[in-house]
Design a protein around this ligand. Structure first.
Ligand SMILES: *Cc1c(COP(=O)(O)O)cnc(C)c1O
Length: 398
């Protein structure tokens, strides 16, 4: 398909067939072997090296950012390959202190095989610059961050990374390539957990890297084949199927999430709301960087800031599913600090807004927050519970 058509049209048609007599949509090809003898054809001899379903998915994903995609078994498998490909010759992986905790944990585990993780606040550009210039580094950015939805300036981070000779990776899972295009801000690679909004139906674990750097793409394919973190054919098929409706889903989810965030901001039982679209010092930057919407994910804190109160609210929903992850068609929420390595405030609830009508979500949230009102009326006081062995929590600026 030519570039005369929009990214959305190319996305919807990725993998569709135009040859008479063939299935219109990409067939599922569960193959561990291909018919092959003599010199093996790349990707068509053994199933660990290639599958037609990965290629259709990669074509669609790459098209969103005018790059090439390499799909992996999960977002973490993609991160691992990226860290292993970029770490040699560098000493540091400079990453956000409030980003996805799995990235920090993985970088720490890979320390003996590569670089030392150095957590920084990505909104503090002077601190980022100091970290990048102190030693050869990789800048591992994430914006908006999961779960605090803090926004960092990609253009300025890209310039700092370029000046320091550091490749910049951007975890683009929360925004997706429809809302934010990191490669245009100078990123070497965009990283995705396709598990979230891209596949969109809470039935797949998958990941990908998108890049325009041929050398890096080749290294990633080698790590994928030899490390074996390959997408399953069925998972790739499901992700491609989900990806085709991403533009519709993300538009509706972004609009509903903004409506829900505004509602929560005025709610007497809520002390803080985290969403790029509502008033914050970075709202202006967020609107410039993500002009088409801010995605499905938001988080908020209940007035008592206690784990018990947040747990009660989560347990009281009738529509929103208590579950982790985000970006599915069904709304989900969880108290985020229930995960041991998470550094979010104890009472923070992370909400993924699905495609249900926003009014229904607001009805459900209001009735769930109503359990706190009962506590107030009954005179119950609650203390903040801390989990044994948890790491100290940073104090977040709003
Ligand atoms: C979920 C997530 C990942 C990890 O992806 P998996 O598919 O669960 O391995 C990485 N980054 C972010 C921002 C995520 O939300």
């Amino acid at each position: 398909m030519t570039d005369a058509f929009s990214a959305e049209s190319r996305l919807i048609h990725a993998g569709t067939e135009r040859t008479p007599g063939l299935p219109g949509t990409p067939p599922l090809a569960p193959a561990s072997i291909y018919v092959s003898q003599g010199i093996p054809r790349p990707g068509r001899a053994y199933g660990r090296d290639g599958n037609p379903g990965w290629e259709a998915l990669e074509q669609a994903l790459g098209g969103l950012e005018d790059g090439e995609a390499v799909a992996f078994a999960s977002g973490q498998a993609a991160s691992m390959a990226l860290m292993l490909a970029l770490a040699p010759g560098r000493e540091r992986i400079v990453l956000p202190d409030d980003g996805y905790y799995g990235g920090r944990v993985l970088a720490d585990r890979l320390r003996p095989h590569g670089a030392v993780p150095v957590p920084v606040d990505l909104q503090d550009l002077a601190a980022v610059e100091r970290a990048l210039t102190a030693a050869p580094s990789v800048l591992w950015a994430e914006t908006p961050t999961n779960p605090l939805l803090r926004v960092a300036d990609l253009a300025r981070l890209g310039a700092l990374a370029a000046a320091a000779g550091a490749p910049m990776v951007v975890d683009n899972t929360v925004a997706t390539g429809l809302l934010q295009r990191p490669l245009e801000a100078g990123a070497t690679a965009s990283l995705y957990s396709l598990t979230k909004s891209v596949s969109g139906h809470s039935d797949v674990i998958l990941g990908a890297v998108v890049s325009r750097d041929r050398e890096l793409l080749a290294a990633l394919r080698i790590w994928r084949s030899s490390g074996g973190g390959i997408p399953g054919p069925f998972e790739a098929w499901l992700a491609l199927r989900g990806l085709k409706t991403l533009p519709l889903r993300i538009a509706r989810q972004s609009a509903s999430a903004l409506a829900v965030a505004r509602h929560l901001a005025g709610h007497p039982r809520v002390s803080a709301v985290h969403y790029p679209g509502i008033d914050k010092p970075t709202s202006e930057l967020a609107r410039r960087q993500m002009p088409d919407g801010f995605g499905p994910l938001l988080s908020f804190e209940v007035t008592s800031d206690s784990a018990d109160a947040a747990d009660k609210v989560v347990a009281s929903s009738r529509l929103i599913v208590p579950a982790t992850s985000f970006g599915g068609v069904e709304s989900t929420w969880e108290r985020r600090a229930r995960w041991p390595a998470e550094t979010a405030p104890a009472g923070l609830i992370r909400l993924s807004v699905g495609v249900e009508p926003a009014a229904d979500l607001i009805t459900d949230i209001d009735q769930a927050l109503g359990v706190l009102l009962c506590d107030v009326l009954l005179g119950h006081t609650r203390s903040t519970t801390t989990r044994p062995g948890s790491i100290p929590r940073p104090r977040w600026r709003s």
